[in-house]
Design a protein around this ligand. Structure first.
Ligand SMILES: Nc1ncnc2c1ncn2[C@@H]1O[C@H](COP(=O)(O)OP(=O)(O)OP(=O)(O)O)[C@@H](O)[C@H]1O
Length: 259
């Protein structure tokens, strides 16, 4: 099956996802099309990472789940990797490798078996590194990087993969404020260029600054989703995050702080 060029990049109906005794979502309905930016919020352990892995097809789920206009199982592993990319929470560096090699891993779904990376692949990797503020890091050993630098290498590898659906698990981890805003701004541009982006985030106000849609997980499978303005409220955030929250006025926009 050739890659779909549909603008509907993710469609879930009556989706049930859980792990061990934890029910992440029950009966989730979700549509994500090109340009959408979805932030997932919820307490520690509520099942956000599990849900993200399920949306990537890397964790079991029940119900309907389509990516790029067809059920995930319909795609070959290679086509699925061209279609959707996943940034896990913890990068794993058991061996020394250069930053450039780590980013080029993102090009593997686009290479034929035993094919070497082309000049185009090298350029895409260099562009991804530059976009993450890491021009000049290509020869560094990933095991010697700071936490924030390593996180930006992981994001660069995902960018080099050039999927149409990006699933990012806490991409702002280890990043300073400038780095957080740069990543959010970059992915706003990626969405504007025709991708759909899902991010698990913990900062309500950064989520509101960036997202077009929110998915809130309350625990025990309960959820609420919709455009930011329809979902964001002190009562919803307070209920979901386990601490009362109140809204301050920030030049006409709500800014949420712990009560
Ligand atoms: N393989 C497993 N075996 C047993 N329990 C698991 C397993 N994987 C995850 N869990 C548990 O399932 C729950 C959901 O985990 P998950 O990582 O999805 O939560 P999360 O919402 O992403 O949390 P956080 O905000 O802390 O990253 C947690 O309580 C976790 O301990």
């Amino acid at each position: 099956m050739s890659e779909a060029r549909t603008s509907m990049l993710l469609r879930a109906r009556r989706l049930d996802v859980g792990v061990a005794q934890v029910r992440a979502v029950s009966g989730l309905d979700l549509d994500l099309k090109a340009g959408d930016r979805l932030a997932i919020l919820g307490r520690n352990g509520v099942g956000k990472s599990t849900l993200l892995a399920a949306l990537a097809g890397l964790h079991p789920s029940q119900g309907e789940l389509e990516c790029g206009g067809a059920p995930l199982a319909r795609w070959s592993a290679r086509t699925l990797a061209q279609l959707r990319g996943w940034l896990p929470q913890h990068p794993d560096d058991p061996f020394a490798s250069s930053v450039e090699e780590a980013v080029l891993v993102g090009r593997h779904p686009w290479l034929e078996r035993f094919e070497w990376e082309s000049e185009d692949d090298l350029r895409i990797a260099a562009d991804a590194l530059a976009a993450m503020g890491l021009a000049g890091f290509a020869r560094r050993n990933v095991q010697t990087l700071s936490g924030g630098e390593r996180q930006r290498v992981s994001i660069a590898a995902l960018l080099a993969q050039t999927p149409r659906l990006y699933l990012l698990d806490e991409p702002l981890t280890h990043l300073d404020l400038a780095g957080q805003i740069a990543v959010l701004d970059h992915f706003r541009g990626v969405a504007d260029a025709g991708a759909a982006i899902v991010m698990v985030l913990h900062d309500i106000n950064l989520a509101l600054r960036w997202a077009s849609h929110l998915l809130i997980l309350f625990g025990d499978g309960a959820w609420q989703a919709g455009p930011v303005d329809e979902v964001a409220s002190a009562s919803v955030f307070g209920r979901a995050l386990g601490h009362p929250v109140r809204a301050l006025d920030d030049a006409g926009r709500p800014h949420f702080v712990p009560a």
